[in-house]
Design a protein around this ligand. Structure first.
Ligand code: ARG
Ligand code: ZN
Length: 877
């Protein structure tokens, strides 16, 4: 019907605030019924501000109780206030102190932005615009100030009182109340503010920094969960050491605290000195957490810690610059995991993630540049494009500059911009100044949406020993960007000779080639390599050196040759992926594979499995047959998910049938009785074994029973969950019973319930929607908890294409109806789930229309938040 506000904010309108906030003192009186917030802002006009310029502070659902200026109550005519703003009509033209008071009801705050209560604990989320839900403020990232926070609360319900920085005072107030005062000496924007009050347990440790300072570390959680925080603490300590080693970055406060809460819109938040985490990214024990959960905890703990330099010490000028901190920090956490575990395995993992989530975003109605130039609701721009593509852009810089060159540039970035709220342009400038390269064309990656398609063909002339590579790039239009500029694409490559060893060349013409890197910067280029002794097979985009879609003239044979001989582990993996994706996609479009194709692919897969030099985690990735959604995306138009699912199952069956016994005995041999450890070696072994179980279940009739048995005998959640999820995805005759057994076994553990919800939503059978409706309608379903909602609904839209995109529209309607309900409680969660509809344009017409009809009904029948309204309009446009 109508949305909250359809106003668009533009980057070009950026201007600094006319006033600066010199310092902030906050006083929170936390009581069971309500919280009273008194703010004392010391404010002064910036240089150049004309006398009489109004001061406009942001608010969101606030009501002003009292206001004073320099200690005196303010006359009614001197200000205006409503829920969304507070204006001083004509502030003094000098430094002054503004005092305001508001009363909040954190228990009623289901949006989980600002100050809210989660299972009794008071906590905050301020990024990006939550602080304005706590007090009237210049709530934008380029307003930096020192904060002093006093809080008082009943000792019985809130013995723990935390905020940013260092604890400077605490004491008893009588009548069951106590207080604490925290001071953060570092200037920060309001989005990094945090406060926690509650009855929490904790674990403590310490870290000695490279200059010998001792930092106290604490992780706070629900009582009884302390032991499950150990892996998070271990990850934190390793992150702190790594940032010193790899980037020379030392922690800067005396305290670093983390708090785990159960209701949280995202993964975690890097508030200065007081990170707040979704508890699913803190708690882990072998019986209830999978290897993937441990991996996620390590990654996100590192990510939030790394923000202390890339995000906090150097922050963003405005929210358009979000990927300045997010892309860079994701790059840093990817590098951390690569160094701590296996680099090729991590790279494959990250690229898989890019292809399954970022490419679909970039190729659909929600495509936007990593540095957008307009938005209606900034929360809709915490996207995989800003995060993951942002990280790929930084990675390309690292590829072009080399390790030492990259480190030198990062050193300059920290030196030049420490304490700044800055921009992508400034970041690029640092890299230009440090390396002497002109990066103006490269910067287009930040400003232009869409995944480039790179086509490569080659030819060899034996007589002249010359080899030619012809490259072209196309950048298809995306919403609001009808024409595109060519990008500077770094192509790391090698030429491989007939016996599998690298082939050299004596000279190259037609483009810029630096060692093994082609800098491809035009619509098309033809490179001629001289002195190439034999006809090579090219290995292109080694390590996935640029986030593009590649198509080549390589045959299935060439791909399988690469899968065996490429010295680049990423490309060996990718060759197998391309080989199987092509076969499935062709079959789904009516072009059957030949027996030879399947035999050759099977032989390459088995050789990989039996290769003594590869580790288990890598083998598991190599044996992973691309998901239906990846194949659908590869096909790209008029997709029929039923046909894709059938083709995928058909290929797996053809591959597995003749070797089922061999796979089954390898599966048995990989069993282990070692005590569980989340380390990379053990996790790799489990992932290979579970990968084989998946192949056997999809492609033979032996898997179902093996899975049911594994479910029973498993001694850890990784194996038990895999057994259940594989059974459910293949909807084996045991699947329903396993779901039931799992639910009973772990009744009462919310994070394990999420696993049940995630698996349940991926059942491909017709009744799945009815079952999900019943799950949601159960009186005890926690309808306001983001983790529960996302586990069920997010998993359905993103990973159950057959049922979500049903021709009868039942899947689409189930989601739009749920979104309408959730939107009233938590718009951020609702809009995130709705993004699943971005798949519509690639579907066959009947499904696309059914999806559009459901979206139209959502628009016509409901009053929607700005969050949902914006996503809806962009998909319908
Ligand atoms: N800065 C956080 C992180 O990536 C994410 C916060 C997103 N929150 C939000 N409400 N949009 O580490
Ligand atoms: Zn982040």
């Amino acid at each position: 019907m109508r949305t909250e506000s359809e106003q668009t904010i533009y980057l070009k309108d950026y201007a600094p605030t006319p006033y600066r906030i010199v310092s902030v003192e906050l006083d929170f009186k936390i009581l069971e019924e309500s919280t009273r917030v008194r703010a004392q802002l010391t404010v002064e006009p910036r240089e150049g501000t004309a006398p009489g310029t109004p001061l406009v502070l942001d608010g969101d659902e606030l009501k002003l109780d009292s206001i004073a200026l320099d200690g005196a109550p303010l006359m009614q005519s001197a200000y205006a206030s409503d829920a969304n703003s507070l204006t001083l009509v004509e502030p003094p033209h000098k430094r002054f102190v503004l005092e305001t008071e508001v009363t909040l009801n954190p228990a009623a705050n289901t949006k989980l932005m600002g100050l809210y209560r989660s299972s009794g604990t008071w906590c905050t989320q301020c990024e990006p615009e939550g602080f304005r839900r706590i007090t009237y403020y210049l709530d934008r990232p380029d307003v930096l100030a020192p904060f002093k926070v006093r809080m008082s609360a009943p000792k019985s319900v809130a013995p723990v009182l935390l905020a940013n920085g260092n604890l400077v005072d605490q004491g008893d107030l009588g009548e069951g109340m106590h207080f604490a005062v925290w001071e953060d000496p570092f200037l920060k924007p309001a989005y990094l503010f945090a406060l926690v009050a509650g009855d929490l347990g904790s674990i403590k440790d310490s870290f000695t920094t490279m200059s010998g300072r001792e930092v106290e570390l604490g992780i706070y959680c629900t009582h009884g969960k302390e032991a499950e925080c150990a892996y998070a603490m271990d990850s934190l300590i390793r992150s702190m050491a790594w940032d010193e080693r790899r980037f020379g970055r030392e922690y800067d406060l005396d305290v670093f605290n983390i708090v785990a809460v159960s209701d949280f819109n995202f993964g975690a938040m890097e508030n200065k000195g007081l990170n707040i985490f979704n508890d699913r990214l803190v708690f882990a024990k072998p019986e209830t957490a999978t290897d993937a959960n441990y991996h996620g905890i390590e990654r996100v703990i590192a990510h939030e810690y790394f923000h202390n330099w890339t995000g906090n010490r150097i922050t963003c000028r405005d929210w358009f610059q979000l990927c300045l901190k997010e892309g860079l920090t994701v790059f840093r956490d990817q590098e951390f995991t690569s160094d701590e575990r296996s680099r090729p395995v991590q790279r494959i993992h990250d690229v898989q993630n890019l292809r399954t989530s970022q490419f679909p975003e970039d190729g659909g109605p929600l495509a936007h540049p990593p540095r957008p130039d307009n938005y209606r609701e900034i929360n809709n721009f915490y996207t995989t494009t800003v995060y993951q593509k942002g990280a790929e852009i930084v990675r390309m810089l690292a590829t072009m500059l080399g390790e030492a060159g990259f480190r030198k540039a990062m050193d300059l970035y920290f030196e030049r911009h420490d304490g700044d709220a800055t921009t992508i342009e400034a970041f690029i400038k640092v890299f230009e100044d440090s390396s002497g390269r002109n990066l103006s064309q490269f910067a287009t990656w930040y400003l232009q949406a869409g995944t480039p398609q790179v086509k490569v063909s080659d030819s060899y002339d034996a007589a002249s020993q010359s080899y030619t590579l012809t490259l072209s790039q196309t950048n298809d239009p995306t919403p609001g960007e009808p024409t595109k500029k060519p990008l500077l694409i770094p192509v790391r490559f090698g030429l491989i000779g007939p016996n599998g060893s690298p082939l050299g060349w004596t000279g190259v013409s037609g483009g810029t080639v630096e060692d093994d890197l082609i800098l491809f910067d035009s619509d098309s280029a033809t490179l001629t390599f001289e002195g190439v002794a034999n006809k090579p097979v090219p290995s292109l985009f080694r390590g996935f050196s640029a986030p593009v879609k590649l198509s080549t003239n390589l045959s299935q044979d060439d791909l399988l040759f690469l899968a065996r001989h490429d010295s680049d582990p990423f490309n060996r993996w990718d060759a197998l992926q391309t080989a199987s994706t092509t076969l499935i996609a062709n079959a789904a479009q009516g072009k059957a594979w030949s027996e030879d194709d399947v035999d050759a692919l099977r032989a390459a897969l088995i050789d990989t499995l039996e290769n003594g030099e590869l580790d288990d985690a890598y083998k598991a990735q190599a044996l992973d047959i691309p998901a239906e959604t990846v194949v659908g995306r590869y096909i790209g138009k008029d997709v029929n998910p039923d046909a894709v699912a059938a083709a995928r199952k058909g290929l797996v069956t053809a591959l597995v049938s003749p070797v089922a016994s061999k796979l089954a005995s390898t599966y048995e041999a990989l069993a282990s009785s070692d005590a569980y450890s989340p380390n990379a070696a053990q996790a790799g072994r489990r992932s290979l074994r579970n990968g084989l179980l998946s192949l056997l279940t999809t492609g033979s009739d032996r898997g179902a029973a093996l899975a049911a048995n594994q479910f029973e005998v498993a001694t850890n959640m990784t194996d038990r969950y895999a057994a259940m999820a594989i059974s459910v995805r293949n909807w084996t005759s045991e699947a329903s019973a396993l779901l039931g057994a799992f639910r009973t076994r772990f009744a009462g553990d919310p994070l394990v319930f999420d696993k049940w919800l995630t698996a349940s939503a991926q059942a491909p059978d017709e009744d799945v929607i009815d079952r999900m409706r019943a799950t949601l309608a159960a009186p005890d379903f926690p309808k306001t908890n983001p983790n529960r909602l996302r586990s069920l609904l997010g998993s359905f839209v993103m990973a159950n294409p057959v049922q979500f995109t049903r021709v009868d529209g039942a899947g689409f309607r189930f989601i739009t109806e749920a979104v309408a309900e959730i939107d009233k409680v938590n718009p951020q969660v609702a809009s995130r789930i709705l993004t699943g509809f971005r798949v519509l344009p690639i579907l066959e017409a009947s499904r696309r229309e059914a999806g559009m009809t459901a979206l139209q009904a959502l628009k016509e029948q409901h009053t929607l938040s700005r969050n949902v309204g914006e996503i809806l309009d962009r998909i319908l446009a």
